[in-house]
Design a protein around this ligand. Structure first.
Ligand code: AVI
Length: 326
């Protein structure tokens, strides 16, 4: 059973896009924030990425959740009911194993998926309604990086917030800490946060995950320019940019860039802005931080949670770690 999805004000989103693009493209080096990827087409590209053979993250995390869902839920809650909140839920595909385990444990469960993409939330609601009718879905169209409100929980309920999929890795370390502290401030004693992080590993595996031979990640990266052309009237020529991926060992992060293939000027009428790009100059579009083992525990502790357990795969490629509010 699903509550109604509330549409955000489109003008407010457009203002945020305009402000972010002006800041990023007038800075040196040029950059764009990764949240711009997720328009309707970008969200679909991302769904395709999660199924690519080289993009191991989703598959490995799903394997961890499938293998350990019972033990995760046992650690997260006592015999009282758990409400499951998911930040950046997307299609909620990975979450199903946890929801199924929760139904086995407590016969029904409330699931609050939070996402900025209405399309992704609608798809998630429909498929969960169809396949898991015991789950009461309470969707929230919300940008959790700007606002964070949860439905009120009963006194006897515990909330388990899922922040999985390595999404925390797309924030700068100080922003990630700030975000988790904010989540912590909304929770009560006994509530938990389940954090999924990608772990540092050999460079070839990391590069392949973000530079697939199918070129889906390239299309995902370039789609941000299509979005600026459509929403701000810009005249980016997509053929004049190339998808570039770098492993920045010192910072322990994968970087995605769009590299200008020529000296060129781009006009963005909605911002009354003309920018110049030299051949080889890049627009930095995303960082994806890779954690050392124990890094998630350190982050959770710094944010005010007590790390209680962590689960990983046999190669230690990915970790899912539970922090609790004492
Ligand atoms: C959403 N996020 C965790 C993805 C990642 O791996 O950093 C976004 C992505 N970028 C390129 N491929 C996937």
């Amino acid at each position: 059973m699903t509550a109604q999805v509330v549409l955000p004000v489109a003008d407010a989103v457009l203002d945020q896009v305009a402000a972010a693009v002006r800041t990023g493209l007038t800075a040196r080096p040029k950059s764009l924030p990764p949240w711009l990827f997720y328009d309707e087409a970008g969200s679909l590209f991302f769904e395709q990425i999660t199924e690519l053979p080289s993009y191991y993250l989703t598959r490995v995390e799903r394997g961890i959740l499938a293998a350990y869902s019972r033990s995760i839920l046992a650690q997260a809650g006592d015999k009282r009911g758990l409400r499951i909140v998911e930040l950046g839920a997307g299609s909620a595909f990975k979450t199903r194993v946890l929801l199924q385990a929760a139904i086995r444990r407590q016969s029904s469960v409330v699931y609050e998926p939070v996402d900025v993409s209405i399309t992704a939330l609608e798809a998630a609601c429909q498929s969960i309604d169809r396949d898991l009718p015991e789950v009461q879905v309470v969707p929230r169209v919300m940008d959790y990086t700007r606002e964070l409100k949860f439905d009120s929980a009963g006194a006897s309920e515990r909330r388990l917030v899922l922040y999985i999929g390595s999404s925390v890795g797309n924030f700068e370390p100080n922003e990630a800490l700030h975000l988790l502290r904010r989540v912590r401030s909304r929770l009560r004693h006994g509530d938990g946060l389940l954090l999924g992080v990608d772990l540092a590993k050999d460079e070839d595996t990391l590069l392949a995950a973000y530079d697939d031979p199918e070129r889906v990640t390239a299309a995902f990266n370039l789609n941000v320019l299509t979005r600026l052309n459509r929403e701000l009237g810009a005249d980016f020529d997509l053929d004049a940019f190339a998808h570039r991926v770098i492993w920045n060992q010192a910072a322990s992060r994968i970087e995605m860039h769009l590299e200008s293939q020529a000296d060129q000027a781009v006009h963005i009428p909605a911002l009354d802005l003309r920018i110049h790009l030299a051949q080889g100059e890049t627009i930095h579009t995303e960082n994806s931080y890779k954690f050392p083992r124990g890094g998630a525990e350190a982050l959770l502790s710094a944010a005010g949670f007590t790390p209680v357990a962590s689960w990983t795969d046999p190669r230690h490629w990915f970790a899912v770690t539970l922090g609790q509010v004492e």
